[in-house]
Every structure is written in structure tokens, then in C-alpha cells.
Design a protein around this ligand. Sequence first.
Ligand code: FES
Length: 133
Amino acid sequence: MPTVTTEGRSVQVDPGTRLVLAIEALGIDIGHRCGGKARCTTCRVAFDAGAPDTYTRAEYLKLQDAGLLAAPDASDPVRLSCQVLVEHDMTVRVLKTKQTEGWPDTGPAVGPDLIPEPERFERADLEVEVAAG
Ligand code: FES
């Protein structure tokens, strides 16, 4: 089973678990203010290791829109943990929590299934698609 590590804590999860849920399983109050639908970016994390090569279209477009899309060769890319499925070991830094942002709660519950679309794409393919309009 793959391992997710953050803030010196680690948890093993079933392959395909949404990263935001793995982080919550570590007892960290990560934000998910849109309920895991790639709309808010409050579930953002920075990857120190194990960033996946693929994106959902919704994640890519939201990161781009929010000015969070890292350069392709970035060493610690920001990603939306609600859109990342844990398929291998990952080490991340959580960037927004209930405590750091002063929210009353972390947001609506996130379900186990990827929303809005399960299909993931290579970044290069999404760049071509976006450039073509
Ligand atoms: S973008 Fe809102 S929870 Fe991930």
C-alpha cells in the first residue's frame, strides 16, 4: 500500500485514495471548502516527493486560473489534493488548514470518488488543449 507523509506523520492507504482524505486520516485539518470539486484550491499541497505526472482537466484549469500552476520542472509543485489519487508514496506540505485560515470547519465532507471527472491527463496534452482554446 502506498504511504503518504506530511508534517512528520505517515499513513498507508489503499491505492486510489484521494490525497485529501489520506491527509485527513493523519488528523490534519486540511481545507476542502468546495467539498473536493476542484473549485476552491483550499486543499492545495506542495509536493516534496512523489508528485503525480497526470492531472484531471479540472485541477489543471483551476491551478492555472488561480496562478498556482508550477513550472513543469518545479521541485515542489502545488497540487489540489482533492484531485490527486494516491497510487505511490507521496510526501507533501499542507498549505491551508482550519487553524491557519481561521475557518469554523474544513468544509463539506469529501467523498471517496474523484469529482468532477475521473479521467486524468498528461500535462503536455492539457497544455496543447488549453492553447488551442
Ligand atoms: S479544490 Fe476545493 S477541495 Fe480541492
